[in-house]
Design a protein around this ligand. Structure first.
Ligand code: UGA
Length: 435
């Protein structure tokens, strides 16, 4: 199949590369000339484990190419995927900004040749596929096309595995012809027994929001339970195990922490709230999850302050991990972005380390943070250490060395990586979340 991917952001790049790995011929288009130059020089603009090797392999085998020329890329494609950004609108009202989706639709319309399926890959509100269809029809009344929805469920840091071994593939289609094209594209997965859920375009669009909202609710639920555990003297880790083993609940996404972040849950929960309001409905459970999440981030500031004896003023805090999760350099909505400025404002000194995110962090965090080469340098002379993101290299720290480097042996573990008893034995004043 000939596939065109419009947008070489996270989703476009991973999806395009994986389709090429399936054996399809993929052209990735982006307006950003520098980015395309970079990709053509073999440089990957994001950090995603395994992506660089896969891009290199498929470029070499001539199944993957990058261009700024939309006309050549769209003509002759069996399917054109829209994988452009849908950020939260600048109006600050929570709506997803669809400008890029609509601009790309208008632009590609004139270049369509033969039957083509236009596939919404970006996370878009219900009804967007119909709008895309209308825009293309108006721009090119003769075009022979269908619009489909094919939401992605890729986790940053694990995107390639998620793509190659998905729990399911969701396709929203309005014709058998479109369904056949999409089934053909995903055939290699079908052979591996990954189920395909075929439904209407509206349902597919909503499935994406419902999945992310449900996961956000699950995280906020366990974060609230962690707070309850702290109040009653229970242990949330055992609690999560105790409920998660019930197959109806499931053990995944029951890890308490400083609140969810990233480019998806915060944006998609807000967008879902706005979408349903337009229809006179509400998603009060999702609204509560959003509220609990921002309270959780604020609560972490108090947790750190309390661990320091009631005030962070004049104290030096070592921070391990800045990105919203491990195995990414993405800082969007990272808990660190809410927590660290609050500590800095009150006169704390921050010595931070992150394996991949320090450059990116500088765009999100105020000046005055000291970025250091490793966890041990961060801890040298600090009055407390805060484990913010559970990168693998922070999971087996030399605790005796950390203890000897710290001014005061205070360890605030916002991801519950360490065992409280072991930490106490090592002489740390140890604080976790919900235990
Ligand atoms: C999420 C979804 O998991 C993907 O299925 C979806 O495709 C993607 O959004 C998207 O819409 O594009 P992602 O944001 O990359 O993926 O990362 P997650 O692994 O879901 O983590 C999101 C946040 O939740 C992180 O801040 C993480 O630390 C937090 N989290 C996750 C918890 O606090 N506890 C958990 O148990 C799990």
């Amino acid at each position: 199949m000939n596939i065109t991917m419009i947008g070489t952001g996270y989703v476009g790049l991973v999806t395009g590369t994986c389709f090429a790995e399936f054996g399809h011929h993929v052209t990735c288009v982006d307006k950003l000339t520098d980015k395309i130059k970079q990709l053509n020089a073999g440089q990957i603009p994001i950090y995603e484990p395994g992506l660089d090797a896969l891009v290199a392999k498929n470029r070499q085998e001539e199944r993957l190419r990058f261009t700024t020329d939309i006309s050549g890329a769209v003509a002759g494609a069996d399917a054109v995927f829209l994988a452009v950004g849908t950020p939260t609108s600048r109006r600050g009202d929570g709506y997803a900004d669809l400008t890029y989706v609509y601009e790309a639709s208008k632009e590609l319309a004139g270049h369509l040749q033969g039957y083509t399926v236009i596939v919404d890959k970006s996370t878009v509100p219900v009804g967007t596929a119909r709008q895309v269809s209308r825009i293309i029809r108006e721009a090119n009344p003769k075009a022979d096309f269908d619009v489909a929805s094919n939401p992605e469920f890729l986790r940053e840091g694990a995107a390639i595995t998620d793509f190659m071994r998905p729990d399911r593939v969701v396709i929203g289609v309005e014709s058998d012809r479109a369904e056949q094209v999409l089934r053909e594209i995903y055939k290699p997965l079908y052979l591996r027994d990954s189920p395909i859920v075929s439904t209407t375009v509206e349902t597919a669009e909503l499935i994406k929001y419902a999945a992310n909202a449900f996961l956000a609710v699950k995280i906020s639920f366990i974060n609230e339970m962690a707070n309850v555990c702290e109040a009653v003297g229970a242990d949330v880790t055992a609690l999560a195990k105790g409920i998660g083993m019930d197959g109806r609940i499931g053990s995944k996404f029951l890890h308490p922490g400083p609140g969810y972040g990233g480019s998806c849950f915060p944006k998609d929960t807000l967008a879902l709230m706005r979408i349903v309001q337009e229809y006179g409905e509400s998603v009060r459970i999702v609204e509560a999850a959003v509220e609990v999440n921002s309270a959780q981030k604020a609560r972490m500031v108090k947790k750190i302050r309390d661990a320091l004896g009631g005030s962070e003023t004049g104290k030096t805090i070592a921070v391990l991990g800045l990105t919203f999760k491990p195995e990414t350099d993405d800082m969007r909505e990272a808990p660190a972005v809410s927590i660290l400025p609050a500590l800095l404002e009150k006169g704390a000194t921050i010595r931070a380390h992150d394996p991949q995110g320090m450059e990116e962090a500088k765009n999100y965090l105020p000046e005055g943070i000291h970025y250091v080469a490793d966890a041990y340098e961060a801890c040298t002379g600090a009055d407390a250490v805060v484990l913010m993101t559970e990168w693998n290299q922070y999971r087996a720290l030399d605790l005796d060395r950390i203890a000897s480097l710290l001014n005061e042996k205070i360890f605030v573990d916002l991801r519950n990586v360490y065992d409280p008893d072991t930490m106490k034995d090592k002489g740390f004043a140890y604080v976790g979340v919900g235990r």
